[in-house]
Design a protein around this ligand. Structure first.
Ligand code: GLN
Length: 196
């Protein structure tokens, strides 16, 4: 069984843990560095990226998370988690800690007031033919991707909302609230392929 750590400092970690448990994974809430021992994959949940970033420093998790990325441990950032993974954001506040590991640039709260939150059916070829119904909750957009980054999903207007760079996965939306487990299964497959 893969052991997945879900960063549980702030935000929507509980729903990820439930979904992983439903899939038979061993899900561990991560609040301290030792919770990352013997972990095969890590999820950074949605929430508020400035808050999560500051708490990462306060709980001594920032460096160990960056080390895990360097060691090739698969990591999946959803929404605020995607912002934390990005090398660049449009408005990283002074002193906002990021993990700065994925070769992408994101724009926070990019959907503006009218569409701050919405749900939609996404086409995600990597998950098969059926559309993935999901929720955007004041999510970011990916503005720019580096050459090693694979775009997994876009909105109808071309806006990039799901990306992968080797063992790193990023989604601008909240796949943990839809009941559709395919994105979590996809991440578990990445974890298994690295573990082998
Ligand atoms: N707006 C949040 C941020 O910029 C992200 C929202 C979310 O994770 N649902 O951190």
């Amino acid at each position: 069984t893969p052991r997945i750590g879900v960063l549980a400092l702030q935000g929507d970690f509980e729903a990820h843990i439930k979904m992983l448990q439903g899939l038979g994974a061993d899900a561990q809430a991560v609040r301290l560095p030792r919770h990352l021992d013997e972990i095969d994959g890590i999820i950074l949940p949605g929430g508020e990226s400035t808050t999560i970033g500051k708490l990462m420093i306060a709980y001594d998790l920032h460096e160990v998370l960056q080390r895990k990325i360097r060691e090739g441990v698969p990591m999946w950032g959803t929404c605020a988690g995607l912002i934390l993974l990005a090398k660049e954001t449009d408005n990283a506040l002074a002193g906002q800690p990021l993990l700065a590991s994925m070769d992408i640039r994101v724009r926070r709260n990019a959907f503006g007031s009218q569409r701050e939150s919405f749900e939609t059916d996404l086409s995600v070829p990597a998950l098969g033919e059926a559309p993935f119904h999901t929720f955007f909750i004041r999510g970011p957009q990916v503005d720019q991707v580096g050459p090693e980054v694979e775009v997994l999903a876009t909105l109808d207007d071309g806006t990039i909302v799901a990306v992968r760079e080797g063992p790193l996965l990023g989604t601008a939306f909240h796949p943990e609230v839809s009941g559709d487990t395919r994105f979590h299964q996809y991440f578990l497959r990445i974890v298994q392929s690295v573990k082998r």
